[in-house]
Design a protein around this ligand. Structure first.
Ligand SMILES: Cc1ncc(C[n+]2csc(CCOP(=O)(O)OP(=O)(O)O)c2C)c(N)n1
Ligand SMILES: [Mg+2]
Length: 801
């Protein structure tokens, strides 16, 4: 291919070289900074610069990236990252202005653009280049790509979305994914490729193939050691009618060929929504995988020599000179200048990072002096101060640790300057949340908080009909789809069948397969599909058919969805609602209730466990009014139970974090949720027969948990508490116990030891008897509660069973 085939000017090509050169210097200097102790860890994009330059030429405003830690050159090219910001991230600068990707919350190589304004409102995404926020688990960026690309399809095909011009220009946006060769050995990669192929969506996937995944070569990663060959089965025949991917295989050092491939792939994707895979081969790692090791340990001499000769930047330089685009001298001048400018930007980043820390150390040291002047331990305090001041690369924690040492030293004294120390310490504590903990959920005052939805009670009249649970939801979802055009529902058997329990019965016919659709059996990419859609302004309800199978999508919920807002410090929100059903049906894999596993892995999401379908509808309305991710578990055996349909089904909503007292009682508080509510109520009725008045409380939402201390208040009255569910012993019951006894200080009201009742440790056995002896049943609950009452008053409550 010749220069004439390239649609770029000479100036653009040379600007590309300079940018790639600068990016390379950033990698070199970055490694040096880690090895000299100024930063903790480094992983860089050296050796992968050229494909990223080409990708940037194909990337248009409105497009999205879902990539991984090698993509710095792309980010520089798109103007989404400056060299100074790159180093700010390397140093873990906690200021969002300094590191707009993660505010120091993630290590180097975790990039993103920002989709949200500081008040949490959406920016105009069609007016900027977009990058979703990166995660570290290999291939975990791929499921999200499915949704980012699928959004274009929906925006193009659904008339009801055409007014949302802030998010899409008629579905013309391409989603660019990047992944390393070894990460393609992950199931998530293949599941995502298959889903993209099935959905026929505009994704352009790049595989950077440097033949290694850390020290493990393709021999151990990829069958036949050849990804391009393996992927051939996905290839689209030349006829325009046919499905599949366009597959390109291009050496990573061939600038003209890369440009051609990217421009063509993006053009086809944009126009016809056909995806492609660009396998970029023959890439290298000039500095090895990361700063954690050196590749000389596992690469042969020949391989290392080959990498030196085939370095893409070196080859690009040779090509530019061979084409006579510039003289060697000019190039050397530029390189010299560019190297120095990268070093300058690094220095600026360092000063901006370390300056405030040094200032804080100075302040603390000055207070130490004041304390020393008033203390008989002045020598010891001076020693602590000197140690603090001589730390070469200090962290904030060093000042805090020294302060704690001084406080310990003067613990018996009453030096007035001690107050200044304590004041400084309190001031720091106030900053910790903002620096490291904010935006786990939407912050108060920012747009979209679910906790800001106060709820509206359900209204009933004499004419309110009684329906089956699934009919309640069916009516509800029909109304919701009608009034919320951005609502997109999908999952296994959700479309044609209307889900396995019929809550969407007839709704695909009414709203079409794009609003209510079937997916393949692919829970991880159902999650990813939802995440990508939500990042692009849509409101997905992603269904996982049973709670037991949430585990397949749990990694995505845990690593990607629940950390999204936090890891970008308010830069991206993904209001995904994951809908599932569970707790109790039959056998191991249809009646699990692994709630503790889930709630402890998805902090950053809400977890809602309504006891029936009316409650579920009320919570769905709350979640749709907000813009935060949530998992809602419907009670499996509630679809065929009868419930009254509220007259105000459309408006009624339930606040999160507000337990409901289902029966008032003064003897003992029984705390539960979900499917166990019915069983606990039955047990409470029996207990009433023997004169024990139970206060039964339905927690309703596990995350957040009882925000108003309703359960703690109940303990003041009953002085006894039992936590009941069908998770494992020490699972969610232990969580509830910790929340009430520790957070709500409930321990101080107890006259009896707190008790938990959970399922057996083994998985639920099949059949009615299997269920009875695996999960808590009415009799168990009765006996355990009765036992507590017996211990408090054996005469009144003698053992009779
Ligand atoms: C799920 C998971 N397993 C292991 C790791 C540790 N790890 C980080 S990068 C990497 C190798 C990735 O190689 P490749 O996909 O070829 O990308 P490259 O670094 O070579 O560009 C591994 C094993 C991880 N981050 N995530
Ligand atoms: Mg690799």
């Amino acid at each position: 291919m010749t220069l004439a085939d390239i649609r770029l000017t000479k100036e653009e090509i040379l600007a590309d070289y300079r940018l790639a050169y600068r990016s390379r210097q950033a990698s070199y200097i970055g490694r040096r900074e880690v090895l000299s102790g100024k930063a903790k860890f480094g992983i860089f994009g050296d050796g992968k610069e050229l494909p990223q330059l080409a990708m940037a030429h194909a990337f248009q405003k409105g497009d999205f990236r879902s990539g991984y830690y090698r993509d710095q050159t792309l980010m520089f090219s798109l103007g989404l990252l400056t060299v100074q910001q790159f180093f700010a991230e390397l140093y873990a600068h906690t200021d969002i202005e300094a590191d707009p990707s993660t505010a120091g919350r993630c290590m180097i190589g975790h990039f993103n653009s920002r989709s949200l304004n500081p008040d949490g409102s959406w920016k105009n995404l069609t007016d900027q280049y977009n990058s979703s926020p990166d995660v570290s688990p290999t291939a975990a960026q791929m499921p999200r790509l499915v949704g980012l690309a699928y959004a274009s399809k929906l925006y193009r095909e659904l008339d009801v979305l055409h007014h949302l011009t802030q998010f899409s220009n008629q579905g013309n946006e391409v989603a660019f994914g990047t992944i390393g060769n070894a990460s393609c050995a992950e199931g998530l990669f293949w599941e995502s490729v298959n889903a993209i192929g099935v959905l026929r969506v505009p994704a352009v996937i790049t595989i950077y193939d440097d033949s290694y995944g850390i020290s493990v070569s393709n021999e151990h990663q990829i069958a036949k050691e050849n990804l391009a060959e393996l992927l051939m089965g996905f290839q689209r025949p030349p006829e325009a009618c046919c499905d599949g991917f366009d597959i390109y295989s291009v050496p990573g050092w061939d600038y003209p060929a890369l440009l051609k491939a990217y421009l063509q792939a993006a053009e086809v994707a944009r126009r016809s929504h056909m995806p492609s895979i660009i396998h970029v081969s023959e890439l290298t790692q000039p500095q090895g995988h990361s700063t954690s090791g050196s590749h000389e340990r596992y690469k042969s001499k020949e391989r290392l020599e080959w990498e030196t000769q085939n370095d893409c930047l070196k080859k690009f330089r040779e090509w530019i000179l061979a084409e006579g685009l510039v003289t060697t001298r000019t190039l050397e001048n530029w390189e010299d200048k560019d190297r120095r400018s990268v070093e300058d930007e690094r220095k600026q980043a360092w000063l901006a990072y370390i300056g405030p820390i040094q200032a804080e150390i100075k302040t603390v040291a000055a207070i130490f002096d004041q304390v020393a002047a008033q203390s008989r331990h002045s020598e010891q305090i001076k020693k602590i101060k000197t140690q603090l001041q001589t730390i070469q690369v200090p962290f904030r924690r060093d000042a805090m640790a020294a302060l704690s040492d001084v406080l310990l030293t003067v613990r018996d004294e009453t030096a007035p300057a001690k107050e200044a120390l304590l004041k400084w310490k309190r001031g720091q504590a106030g900053l910790v949340h903002e620096r490291f903990g904010s935006h786990l959920y939407i912050e108060p005052g920012e747009q979209g908080s679910a906790l800001a939805v106060s709820g509206r009670p359900a209204l009933y009249s004499e004419t309110s009909p009684t329906l089956m649970g699934f009919e309640i939801l069916n009516t509800f979802f029909d109304q919701l789809l009608k009034r919320e055009p951005r609502l997109i529902v999908f999952g296994e058997d959700v479309g044609r069948l209307g889900d396995v329990n019929q809550a969407f019965r007839g709704l695909q016919e009414k709203y079409g397969p794009r609003r209510v659709g079937d997916t393949g059996i692919r829970e991880a990419t159902i999650l990813g599909q939802a995440i990508g859609l939500a990042l692009r302004g849509l409101r997905p309800i992603a269904e996982i058919q049973y709670l037991d199978y949430v585990l397949y999508g749990l990694q995505l919920m845990s690593d990607d969805l629940s950390t999204m807002l936090w890891r970008s410090k308010g830069g991206h929100k993904a209001p995904v609602i994951v809908r599932t059903r569970g707790h109790r049906l039959e056998g191991v894999w249809h009646s699990g209730s692994p709630m503790a596993g889930i709630i402890n892995l998805v902090r950053g999401m809400y977890v809602v466990t309504p006891r029936n379908m009316v409650q579920a509808a009320g919570f769905y309305t709350t979640l749709i009014q907000a813009e935060e991710p949530a998992l809602l578990v419907e009670v499996l055996n509630g679809y065929r139970s009868k419930e009254r349909l509220p007259d105000n089904l459309e408006e009624f909503s339930l606040p999160l974090g507000k337990p409901e007292i289902l029966s008032a009682g003064s003897d003992i508080t029984l705390v539960t949720y979900g499917a166990c509510v019915r069983i606990v109520m039955e047990a409470a009725e029996r207990l009433a027969q023997v004169g024990i008045q139970c206060e039964v409380i339905d927690v309703q939402t596990l995350l957040p948990f009882d925000l108003h201390g309703i359960i703690g208040e109940s303990l003041k009255k009953t002085n006894r508490v039992v936590f009941i569910d069908e998770d494992v012993p020490g699972g969610t019951t232990a969580y509830m116990l910790q929340q009430v006894l520790e957070n709500q200080l409930g321990y101080q009201y107890l006259d009896s030891p707190p008790v938990t009742i959970a399922a057996a440790a083994h998985r639920p056995a099949y059949g009615s008897d299997g269920d009875y002896w695996s999960k808590p049943n009415r009799e168990d609950i009765f006996e355990k509660v009765y036992q507590i009452m017996h211990e408090t008053n054996p005469k009144r409550y003698p053992i009779f069973y």
